[in-house]
Ligand binder design. Structure first.
Ligand SMILES: [Zn+2]
Length: 458
């Protein structure tokens, strides 16, 4: 018999004294006690991209995911932004291509035109031959269903490509305090942007056999600069050079009794000092004083109630966006799960994400915390803190999946620790981030971690 990790973890070689110490924990036989007294994870989700399906085929990937990580849920990153893959390493660990450079904000399904009648913005499909002739979402959903898995689709960070965001649809883009467009971030208060977003989700839920639609759409810019990055006071100050001050936001704020124009005016001296765009010497001096002091974030909010109002308004705006998406898709499929992919895990309220307000408009939350790939065991407590923060805000009842970073610089030990922490923090399952960048040993570490954490999937 070959001395494989699978044989070890299946307990086939349990009596052998020469097993490595870390393998010992993985050899526990499937006793009646283990069947009775284990925690149950409802879901282990994995994401795939169209290029993974081209390179390896859906069924073989599913077999690998099931065999190694006990995966039972599969989703396509169905609308993907412009980002080099694999993200955290030079080359793919197992795809047949070495790298891939996706086009900007393309959908990997065949959009159904009737869903976009009320939207001036239409989705873009791939221009590339290897992708444009296949509905990749249809292919993935059918394969996953055949295997008895849950199915999902993700709308990723950006839904509008940079070119159209700078051109014909610049009016839907968020604005900074000076009125400048913020890249390709759409404003949730802009009616045209919202019509497009609703059309995308409607198309997915109406035309595909999905259990969940997941999104990590980038919310408001928190205006981060490199200076004083981690300090709460600095982070609160930085939001004044974030977004959004567009006309739609002014109107939405007015409806809530918040005068955004007046707040904008009050924040300008500080914004000028922070962005070094202003010539207000007194504001510049004040900023230097604050940075040299131990002034708290709370002090800033008390002295600048306009900043606090601005933060509350942005959270209310994002919550309203999710509630509209949730209502629209629940009207089509009452069982559909709208899953927030929570990818900001520090100071998330400063981007407009407030879990306690969002929870009633969500089916589930995916913590997108990938601390494993920091490569440091001491950093894993930060993962625990984020998971507990989500639970504390969203409550114990919402379905909560904990992502595990299975990419370099993660190690099998860190992956197993991440699974254990997830189990200890009340997660209902895992979500792998991401298959395309995951060496086999890290996929196997998920399965090992589940066994070590006394968790079974089902
Ligand atoms: Zn706006």
């Amino acid at each position: 018999m070959k001395l494989t990790r699978r044989a070890l973890s299946a307990g086939l070689l349990a009596p052998f004294a020469f097993a490595a110490p870390e393998a010992a924990a993985q050899q526990r036989p499937d006793t009646p006690a283990r069947r009775r007294a284990t925690k149950v994870f409802k879901e282990v989700a994995a994401s795939l991209y169209a290029w993974d399906l081209v390179d390896q085929g859906c069924e073989p990937i599913m077999e690998t995911l099931k065999e190694t990580a006990q995966a039972n849920s599969l989703y396509l990153v169905a609308l993907m932004h412009h980002e080099k893959r694999p993200l955290t390493d030079f080359y793919f660990p197992h795809n047949s291509r070495k790298t891939y450079f996706p086009e900007d904000s393309r959908v990997y399904w065949f959009p159904h035109s009737d869903c976009y009648r009320d939207s001036k913005i239409k989705p873009l499909v791939s221009d590339r031959d290897e992708f444009k002739r296949t509905d990749w979402l249809d292919l993935l959903v059918k394969a996953a269903r055949k295997g008895g898995w849950k199915t999902g689709a993700e709308v990723s960070h950006t839904v509008l490509d940079e070119q159209r965001a700078a051109g014909e649809f610049v009016s839907v883009v968020q604005r900074d305090i000076y009125g400048r467009p913020a890249g390709q971030l759409i404003c949730p208060n802009n009616p045209m942007a919202m019509a497009y977003l609703l059309a995308l989700f409607t198309d997915l839920v109406k035309n595909y056999d999905l259990d969940f639609v997941q999104t990590c759409l980038r919310p408001f810019s928190a205006g981060q600069s490199d200076e004083g990055r981690g300090r709460p006071m600095e982070r609160v100050l930085q939001t004044v050079i974030g977004t959004c001050f567009c006309d739609s936001c002014v109107a939405a704020a007015k409806a809530e009794g918040f005068d955004l124009k007046a707040a904008q005016k009050a924040m300008l001296p500080l914004a000028g000092a922070l962005s070094r765009a202003g010539h207000d010497l007194a504001a510049g001096h004040l900023l230097q004083l604050l940075r040299a002091s131990n002034t708290s974030a709370e002090a800033i909010l008390l002295r600048h109630p306009e900043i606090f109002d601005f933060l509350k308004f942005r959270c209310a705006s994002m919550t309203r966006m999710f509630s509209r998406v949730h209502d629209a898709v629940r009207g089509i499929n009452p069982k559909i799960d709208v899953r927030l992919n929570a990818f900001i895990y520090d100071f998330w309220e400063l981007s407009g994400i407030e879990f306690s307000a969002l929870a009633p408009h969500l089916g589930s939350i995916r913590s997108s915390n990938y601390d494993e790939q920091e490569g440091r065991m001491d950093y894993m407590e930060h993962k625990r803190q984020f998971l507990l923060a989500v639970r504390a805000a969203a409550g114990d009842d919402i379905l909560f999946l904990s992502a595990i970073g299975i990419r370099p610089k993660a190690t099998p030990e860190l992956v197993r620790k991440g699974v254990l922490i997830s189990s200890e923090c009340g997660a209902d399952g895992l979500s792998l981030g991401h298959y395309d960048g995951a060496p086999l040993r890290l996929l196997e570490a998920i399965g090992d971690g589940l066994r070590e954490a006394d968790v079974r999937v089902g």
